[in-house]
Design a protein around this ligand. Structure first.
Ligand code: PLP
Length: 453
């Protein structure tokens, strides 16, 4: 079945009368809020307990909600289905999911044959919280931050995990997943053990990109974003093999970062509209990116493929089927001007987070990446004046009108334009053949993006 069908139907069982009979014929799966599950015989409950302690996804008796919950299990298997994974393991938040991945990979918990060292290789930028988790060494790990093309040279005998985000938060830089995987596989041959490659797929979602199909071992999501899609549920999930799901479930059982069943229900429901939302939001984001490029007071636009960089153009044909609905931009006049633009918006919501039905804007240096030290932030391409926009489902014309009126404040506080606006219809244009075909507008405009930038 195709992705759209699976998004609507996975883990629902409403076409099979034998499954629906168990829940009284309900068309929509019920929410199981029970924290504990009764048992009849000691022998049977002990067998279930043993299976769950070993990291099994399901046991005949769930025993206790920190070990297993049927509502959460449905979301896990539906998400796994969309990510082409054997299993999904849900957590209380994206950070809880990432923490569990680092713990599983960099400890004795990792599966047989996989490295158990404490070294992580990571590609910047990543979400500020992830950056902080790795840089702080809170989990007893050491991190080497590298360019995506230099992963192999950073891998050591004690490297257990390679972590990347693509498109990256907040610069939208794309990383060639297959290339990173092949660099890591070459190191494995040399070192004689496996090294886990984890990809944060929050920005792309499985609708646009499925990293496991490109050879990655673990996919992480902040389910709080597109999977929920309405800004009202917090969660995280890892899509992976059963081999990795076992230690992840064991870590979840011990550390307790479980997803609440109500959140599991809402995320499962969110998946049903994910393909439609992602594509509609992406269509508007493309229009906005194109118009921002042409705006005289905008000095840089970050959007996958917009720069015409050949690597990104290729990745948009082979890795990611569309640029998505996140973009970032800079206005002339620096941080003060960008903050003023943000504050002048009347429709677009000033708030962190992304992937919601409504458009959200924030300044990464001010908020999501504030915990990253300023020098590392700058080096990763995140200047203080960068604004990140998550485009929602509002009318694109209403969104543009709001942006345009807010951008008018730039001319008031910084009177001298640095470049002549090339006018609508020139500059970056979309084409059906390649995702984007761009030619640089005149002036000092910077089109940002492209792997390696
Ligand atoms: C790419 C990415 N990964 C992970 C996270 C962390 O997710 P959560 O806020 O659900 O813990 C975020 C949060 O913004 C994110 O943007």
């Amino acid at each position: 079945m195709r992705l759209e069908t699976r998004a609507v139907r996975s883990a629902r069982g409403h076409v099979r009368s034998d499954t629906t009979r168990e829940v009284g014929g309900a068309h929509v799966p019920p929410i199981d809020l029970s924290t504990t599950y009764t048992f009849d015989t000691a022998e049977a409950v002990a067998a279930s307990m043993d299976a769950l302690i070993e990291g099994a996804g399901e046991a005949p008796n769930p025993v206790y909600a920190r070990l297993q919950n049927p509502t959460v299990s449905r979301f896990e298997s539906a998400l796994a289905d969309l990510e082409s994974a054997e299993a999904g393991v849900a957590f209380a938040s994206g950070m809880a999911a990432i923490t569990a991945v680092v713990m599983a990979a960099c400890s004795e918990a990792s599966p047989e044959g996989w490295a158990r060292g404490r070294h992580v290789v990571a590609v910047r930028p990543v979400y500020g919280g992830t950056d902080h988790l790795l840089t702080s060494g809170l989990l007893g790990t050491e991190v080497s931050w590298v360019e995506s093309t230099e992963v192999a040279s950073a891998v050591r005998h004690d490297t257990s995990l390679v972590l990347l985000e693509t498109p990256a938060n907040p610069t939208l830089v794309m990383v060639d997943i297959a290339d990173v995987v092949s660099q890591v596989r070459a190191c494995e041959t040399r070192l004689g053990h496996r090294i886990a490659v984890a990809v944060d797929n929050t920005f792309a979602t499985p609708i646009l990109q499925r990293p496991l199909e490109l050879g990655a071992d673990l996919v992480v999501h902040s389910a709080t974003k597109f999977l929920g899609g309405h800004g009202d549920v917090m969660g995280g999930v890892v899509a992976t093999s059963e081999e990795w799901a076992h230690p992840l479930r064991q870590i979840r059982m011990i550390t307790g970062g479980v997803l609440h069943p109500m959140a599991g229900y809402m995320l499962h429901r969110g998946l049903q509209t994910l393909p439609v939302r992602v594509r509609a939001q992406q269509a508007s984001a493309r229009v906005i990116a194109e118009r921002l490029v042409l705006h005289p007071d905008v000095i840089a636009v970050h959007y996958p493929g917009l720069s015409g960089d050949p690597v990104e153009t290729r990745l948009l044909q082979t890795q990611q089927v569309g640029p998505g609905s996140l973009l970032a931009f800079r206005v002339r006049g620096g941080r003060e001007a960008s903050e003023r633009v943000m504050e002048t918006l009347t429709l677009i919501c000033r708030a962190v987070s992304l992937g919601s039905v409504d458009s959200l804007i924030q300044a990464p240096a001010l908020l999501t990446h504030r915990v990253v030290d300023p020098a590392s932030r700058e080096a990763a391409g995140v200047p203080d004046d960068l604004l990140r926009l998550s485009v929602g489902l509002e009318s694109v014309e209403d969104l543009w009108n709001d942006l345009e009126q807010a951008l008018a404040t730039v001319a008031r506080i910084v009177p001298e334009p640095k470049k002549a606006g090339p006018g609508l219809g020139e500059g970056a244009v979309m084409s059906a053949a390649s995702p984007w075909e761009s030619r640089a507008p005149s002036g000092e405009f910077e089109m940002v993006g492209g792997a390696g930038i």
